[in-house]
Design a protein around this ligand. Sequence first.
Ligand code: NAD
Length: 378
Amino acid sequence: QTVFIPRELEENEPRVAASPDTVKRLAGLGFDVIVETGAGTRSRIPDEEFAKAGAVIGKASDAGKADVVLKVRRPTDAELKSYKSGTAVIAIMDPYGNDAAVAALAKAGVTAFSMEFMPRITRAQSMDVLSSQANLAGYQAVIDGASEYDRALPMMMTAAGTVPAAKIFIMGVGVAGLQAIATARRLGAVVTATDVRPAAKEQVASLGAKFLAVEDDEFKAAETAGGYAKEMSKEYQAKQAALTAEHIAKQDIVITTALIPGRPAPKLVSAAMVASMKPGSVLVDLAVERGGNVEGAQPGQVVTTANGVKIVGHLNVPGRVAASASLLYAKNLFAFLETLVDKTTKTLAIKRDDELVKATMLTDGGKVVHPAFAKADQ
Ligand code: NAD
C-alpha cells in the first residue's frame, strides 16, 4: 500500500506532513512512500533527504496511487479529485464553519481524519498536533513580540546604567501560553499570566510567573471535562476586563492565546486597553485566525496604533518555525497512522470502534460521520 505526501498548496503553509525519520518508519510499516517534489523545501527538507530515507520523489498526480495521504491542510477540491475513492486522508481539517468543504470530503468518498480532534488522553499524547504546534507557537509569539519591541527584555545592570526588565503578560495559559511563559522567563522578563481555568493557576506558579484572575464560582467551574475552557458569561467578562485593564496599562508586551473550541476567540483586550499602553508596547495575538483576542488585531499584519502600540497578528505562527513544526507534526501523524495498520498483514485496517478513530473520523464511505458535523451533508 502507498502513502503520498504532497507539497502544501497554500502560500502561507510552509510545513510538510512527513520527515525523513517518518518516511523511514512508514517504510518499516510496509508502505511504499511517495513524496511530491518540493514538499519539504520550505521546512528545509530537500527531496534528496526524503529519497535517502526511502521515498520515491513524485508529482502531484501521484496522489491517485495513494491509499493514505498525509497532509497539513484540508485538501482542496482539485486535490480531492486526484484521490481514489476510499483513500484515508489525515490532516488538520478545520471543519468548524466549513460545512461545504466537509461535504466535499464526503462526496469524494475519502475517509478523512481531523487531527485536531485527537482526544487529550495519555495514549494519544504522541498524536496531539494541537499541542505540538501550539507549543512552538507560544515560543514564537515571545520571539515575535521581542523583535517588535525596541527595548531589551532582561534587566541589565551595566557600568553605563541599568535597563529594567520588561513586563510580559500572557492571557490564556493552555499549551501555547505555558510555553510563552517559559520562553519569556528564559529571556529575563517579569511574567504574569491569566486564564479562566483554575488548573492553570498552579501551572503558572510552577513556571515562576504570577497568576492574576477573577476567581469566583464561575471560574471554579470553567473547565470542561475535556480540559478546555467554557465560554464565560457577560458578567464574568466584565469583571475580568476590570481586573486586567489596569494591569495591561503597565505591561510592555501582552501575548494572547485564548481559545474556546468551536467558538470565536474571546475578546480580552479592548481598543481602550490598547490605547492605555505606553508607546512602543507590543501585543501579540495568537488567536487572530479565530477572530482575535485583541480589538484591532489584523490577520497577517503588524498594526501600529495612533499611540504607537504595535499589534502583531501573524498567521500560521507554527509555520514561522516550519522546520521544527514539520518534524513534530510528521511524528504526530505517523503515530496515529501506526494505530490504523495491522502489523501482521502490513495493511491498513481502520478499527471504526477505536476511540481515537471515532473522535477524529470526519467522513467515511461517502458520508459525514463525525457527530458534530453529521448534518453538513444533508
Ligand atoms: P486552547 O488552545 O483551547 O485555549 C488556550 C487557553 O485559553 C486555555 O488555557 C483556555 O482556558 C484559555 N481561555 C479560554 N477563554 C479564556 C478567557 N475568556 N480568558 C482567559 N483565558 C481563556 O487550550 P489548549 O492549549 O488546547 O489546552 C486546553 C487544555 O488541554 C488544557 O487544560 C491543557 O492542559 C490540556 N491538555 C492536555 C493534554 C493531555 O493530557 N494529553 C495535552 C495538551 C493539553
